[in-house]
Design a protein around this ligand. Structure first.
Ligand SMILES: O=C(O)CCC(=O)C(=O)O
Length: 263
């Protein structure tokens, strides 16, 4: 089947508002169920003191995840916002168990990353159905145009360490990223976003995939082991080494004990 490309209207919407929602579902029906099975296979590798949010960067060790990240339809959409030269930078699961109080505080990704603004996009792939009740991500449209805003230390129930001060943006403008399992949203790195608690009986499971233009350099002091995977076009910058392709269909990096803030 022919692959979709973003329309000029969708590209303009992303440019103006900093996100895209309502794209055709990437993995419909049975394929969405397969996503859930694959996810269960991955969580079976977790140690007792780990949780699903510790599945970070496993696209390097699990061919199944790598293949999701290189899905041609996803890459077509990414090309529509980043242009022709881009790489896969990172991936992780962001999950909330039923009735979890955990929140993702309002933040801008680029505050954490210190990368060149608005050159990295996150594809948020819903592994479960995601809606307001189970803690869908929310974005504040247009806030990627205001540059980086100061963050403060986040509260105890927050999955992340820093959050924006109240009053630095208007929460009433928030849009909920309601996505069926197998569908995606996309958001640019400096867009303000976050998510509330899971008030439902269902898990909320999201797999986030980050893609950057080749001109984006991740600070080697902060990311000493950064490896990229070229997705499309060519790398004229050579800032980072290319990672090795994962061999195992399902595999994980070596376990290391560390202090975790996530649930
Ligand atoms: O999943 C969420 O609720 C937030 C996701 C997020 O912060 C991100 O993808 O950058």
């Amino acid at each position: 089947m022919a692959l979709n490309k973003l329309t000029t209207e969708q590209q303009q919407f992303y440019e103006d508002h900093g996100y895209l929602l309502g794209l055709p579902v990437i993995f419909p029906g049975e394929e969405a169920k397969q996503l859930q099975k694959g996810y269960e296979q991955l969580i079976s590798f977790l140690q007792d003191d780990e949780n699903p949010s510790d599945i970070m960067g496993w696209h390097k060790t699990s061919r199944w995840l790598y293949d999701i990240c290189t899905n041609p339809q996803i890459l077509n959409y990414v090309e529509g916002v980043l242009g022709k030269d881009f790489y896969l930078a990172a991936s992780e699961f962001i999950t909330k168990s039923p009735h979890s109080d955990k929140t993702v505080p309002w933040h801008q990704d680029s505050y954490y990353w210190s990368t060149a603004l608005n050159n990295t996009v996150t594809v948020w792939l819903a592994i479960s159905d995601v809606d307001e009740a189970n803690g869908a991500m929310k974005v504040i449209p247009g806030t990627h145009k205001a540059g980086i805003i100061q963050h403060k230390i986040a509260g105890d129930d927050a999955i992340l360490s820093f959050e924006l001060e109240q009053g630095t943006f208007s929460e009433k403008d928030a849009v909920s990223m309601v996505i069926p399992a197998g569908g995606i949203s996309m958001h640019v790195d400096s867009l303000i976003h976050g998510s509330g608690p899971n008030t439902s009986d269902r898990w909320r499971i999201g797999f986030v995939i980050r893609y950057s233009k080749t001109m984006v350099r991740w600070d080697p002091q902060v990311y000493p082991n950064f490896q990229l995977y070229m997705m499309r076009g060519k790398d004229d910058y050579g800032y980072h080494p290319q990672g090795e392709l994962p061999v195992e269909p399902f595999g994980r990096p070596p376990y290391t004990k560390r202090i975790r803030k996530r649930e």
